[in-house]
Design a protein around this ligand. Sequence first.
Ligand code: SF4
Length: 320
Amino acid sequence: MTPVLQVEDLKKHYPVKSGFLRRTTGTVFAVDGVSFSIAPGETLGLVGESGCGKSTVARTVMRLVEPTSGRIVVEGTDIAGLSKAALRPFRREMQMVFQDPFSSLNPRMSAGDIVREPLLVHNVASGREADERVAALFAQVGLRPGQMGNFPHQFSGGQRQRISIARALALNPRLIVADEPVSALDVSIQAQVINLLMDLQRDQGLAYLFIAHDLAVVEHISHKVAVMYLGRIVEYADKTSLYRRPQHPYTEALLSAVPVPDPKLKRRKRLLEGDVPSPMRPPPGCAFHTRCPYAEARCKVEAPVLRELAPGHVAACHLR
Ligand code: SF4
């Protein structure tokens, strides 16, 4: 099956400029060679701590920031270098939902107008037809069409995220890139929004790139999970394999922080210490060696490559 999205060796490097002449004095390696693919109707969870580059992956895939290099293949076409005009039809295929629905929704527009806007911009519908489509989208995401005239501040956080989802659905996309879509919500509301996304996937065959900073949030919704550290994927597997048999010490550490439902089922305690190093000066060798409890001399000089350790399960660690 042709993937909805295929990302190959994606890089996003930012030059650091300083001094009176604004000379380039360094480089931030925000994303440094990331590859993955998402099939129709599939969810890839992309996880990692703040600053690991996962939001930059999302924004680069959406071409909200320009990639330094690499391929972003949507429906068989590499969109990485397309002009804005050539990109336009692909924008309909891919929509984004942001973390903070309050700042991503225009406070001066009614909820109905927010959801209607993409229909007008892309000349998909107008007038009565657009009104009917917006009302249907409201119902689809669990909002009352009678709320279309209300403004964002009149909704709760969970309802505002539902408005964002309705807007993202307006153009019938095949892929939604959701960047920490539930992180700003209460835990009980998080589950409701995740269930809504799963229902929409089941009904419409949507694919998701679902970004979160902890593995607990992506466990329910993902089919595959990729774990990022300092701009690179360090482990990638189907959900069951990754949660049952994590191979990378970083994944193991992230999992140790995930609460387990049965208190008798203790997870190995190996909590993560220290902060993520600066992506301007990633440690040599294995970038995780400064925090890894298993690090050996080799890890400080030789970067491990991603290797397939079981069918479909890859990890980058010298000890595996
Ligand atoms: Fe730890 Fe070495 Fe494996 Fe890196 S390569 S994760 S430092 S054991």
